[in-house]
Design a protein around this ligand. Sequence first.
Ligand code: AMP
Ligand code: ZN
Ligand code: FE
Ligand code: FE
Length: 282
Amino acid sequence: MVIDLHVHSNMSDGTDTPAELARAAALGGVDVIGLCDHDTMAGVPQATRAGAACGVAVLGGVEASTALGGVTVHLLGYGCDPADAALSAALARVRSAREQRVPLMVDALQRAGLPITVEDVRATAARGATLGRPHVADALVAIRAVADRREAFDVWLDQGKPGYVGHYRIPLDRGIALIHEAGGVAVLAHPWGHGTRGVLTGGIIASLARDAGLDGIEAFHNDHDAAARRELTAIAEANELLVTGSSDYHGLGKTGHPLGCNTTSEWVYDAILALISMRRTP
Ligand code: AMP
Ligand code: ZN
Ligand code: FE
Ligand code: FE
């Protein structure tokens, strides 16, 4: 079984619709996808329906924007009840902060001399999508200010560049608790990707496992080289954490992350499903 537990649709910053994502998985020989859009579970019903029609199982998830020590940490939540009020409210607060920062980013880019508008950004996002810097990047490509998303981040949108604006994130330990209270399983996404290695040390991961009940870490991810994967796997073993893997596929939005390029073992997938069914049983 090919199990890819972290992919994005156009309900956040991926480019495939949730249904297209399920069909792309079927074509690519992927049996299970975990749909983990940024701060929303809106795409899960459509992906699940399309997956059922083409033989792909969809594990509903979310990639929550959380913070630890001022640093953004992406936290995957699998199998959460989409109707859970506290988790829904926390995610809605993040999405609203993400909406509010778009005009601030546009202002900053205009001050830097770029003729970009809020409408240009909205035009790149599907209706109901969680807005992110990648949409601003796509707008910069559309107005021909840059060649691609990568250049947009390198020149304008990375932290410290003229167009960077932060947004509200859920405190990490609160995020783990919210996922658990919604019946879900909490896994740190790419713990040593984008600048989080310094904050998510082995000691911190151990304390998250012990004190916050973290369930797993995503060791197999393109942000991690072979040595990081080995070290993270050892940290997981020492703390009885599950080890997952994923492509973090974004469609055309991120090159070098094809569906199924990293995978999760069948026994870990089964363990995640077992935890969800225990936690979701009232
Ligand atoms: P945001 O959550 O709105 O701050 O945007 C961060 C998201 O942008 C990440 O989750 C990635 O999906 C994407 N991203 C970050 N850096 C880059 C980059 N250099 N090129 C393309 N996409 C990126
Ligand atoms: Zn993304
Ligand atoms: Fe991420
Ligand atoms: Fe992601």
